[in-house]
Design a protein around this ligand. Structure first.
Ligand code: NDP
Ligand code: DGY
Length: 328
């Protein structure tokens, strides 16, 4: 008689696209418990839910720290995050416990780059202000000096962090007639030639760019990197865009820079905290466009992310290859 294999326990911290959930239920190797809601799982429920789990499929809004790992206990083999960013995870604690980690690079690069370009254009060409004026009757006539902004043609773009997404943004911006592409980071990239990218110190990038686009990962080095000193070096006509993580920016300093005319405009897809409170000072500014962290939010991208995170989880559970394993 064949021995009945015990199913491994998996906890999914949110409702996810069906592509992912289906793969897990069809695999026949795990029993899945899920926080079946579009809203985040309360911390106490999360700690309860992961108890005894062999695998966790989490989101960027779930803090994966020592407390959670302790709550999960020694069964835990794999954590698969539905994101490319992994700054929500205490990697040192995870490594110490020999737990494998899956993430979702590449599959969201195009969607995020596209959204970043849309955000840049919205901030530079003042699209939300224009839409508002049409609705509130402020549009009285075609006026030569009304709602003018800044165009990309002939401009210099600075990309802070020319990684997968940074490169995809730079490629898209090239098509708008950008003259120079500068980038900064820890190391020069061989692939920067694809966009004629010039590796420069951050200060040079900030001072010479008409558009500063932040697409780096959040690390101890990049935390708070865009501060008063950073904004004070930017051109008064320059536009700042951030689609990486909110904490890379000192938001009080950004508010000062925008409200005093130190820089022209900003577009943010990410903030601290998320959601940004509706009474936050940045939301009072016409020259600041804030989006609710929707870089990867296309139906197909989210479906593929869910599928990839499920495959990563299954690989980790079964001790086989994970399609996108984070090595650290
Ligand atoms: P990559 O790892 O490919 O790129 C990250 C880049 O950050 C690298 O090129 C790295 O450059 C750079 N970087 C690291 N440290 C520094 C530093 N001190 N100064 C400047 N650059 C630095 O990741 P992705 O491009 O795939 O994703 C980037 C980030 O975008 C994610 O970590 C995530 O936070 C964010 N993201 C946001 C989304 C959204 O919805 N808004 C969607 C997807 C991702 P180097 O190697 O030279 O240090
Ligand atoms: C990520 O993947 O890190 C994004 O912030 C959400 O897609």
């Amino acid at each position: 008689m064949q021995a009945v294999q015990k199913l491994m326990k998996v906890f999914i911290t949110r409702r996810i696209p069906p592509e992912g959930a289906k793969l897990l239920s069809q695999a026949g190797v795990c029993e899945v418990a899920q926080w079946d809601s579009d809203e985040p799982v309360p911390r106490a429920e999360l700690l309860k839910g992961v108890k005894g789990a062999h695998g966790i499929l989490c989101l960027l809004s779930d803090k994966i720290d020592a407390e959670l790992l302790d709550a999960a206990g020694p069964n835990l083999k794999v954590i698969s995050t539905l994101s490319v960013g992994f700054d929500h995870m205490a990697m040192d604690e995870i490594k110490k416990r020999g737990i494998r980690v899956g993430y979702t690079p590449d599959v969201l690069t195009d969607a995020t780059a596209e959204l970043t370009v849309a955000l840049l254009l919205a901030a530079a060409r003042r699209l939300p202000e224009g839409v508002e004026e049409v609705k509130n009757g402020g549009w009285s006539s075609w006026k030569p000096l009304w709602l003018c902004g800044y165009g990309l043609s002939g401009s210099t773009v600075g990309v802070v962090g020319l990684g997968r997404i940074g490169l995809a943004i730079a490629k898209r911006l090239k098509a708008f007639g950008v003259k120079r592409t500068l980038y900064s980071g820890r190391t020069a990239k061989a692939y920067a030639g694809e966009v004629g990218g010039e590796f420069v110190p951050l200060d040079t990038l900030v001072a010479e760019s008409d558009f500063v686009v932040v697409s780096c990962s959040l690390t101890p080095d990049t935390k708070g990197m865009c501060d008063q000193a950073f904004f004070s070096k930017m051109k008064k006509t320059a536009v700042f865009v951030n689609s990486s993580r909110g904490t890379v920016v000192n938001q009080e300093d950004l508010y000062q820079a925008l409200s005093t005319g130190q820089i022209a405009a900003a577009g943010l897809d990410v903030t601290t905290p998320e959601p940004l409170p509706t009474d936050h000072p940045l939301l009072t500014l016409k020259n600041c466009v804030v989006l609710p962290h929707i870089g990867s939010a296309t139906y197909s991208t989210r479906g593929v992310m869910a599928e990839l995170s499920a495959r990563n989880l299954l690989g980790g559970l079964q001790g086989t290859d994970m399609p996108s394993e984070l090595t650290f």
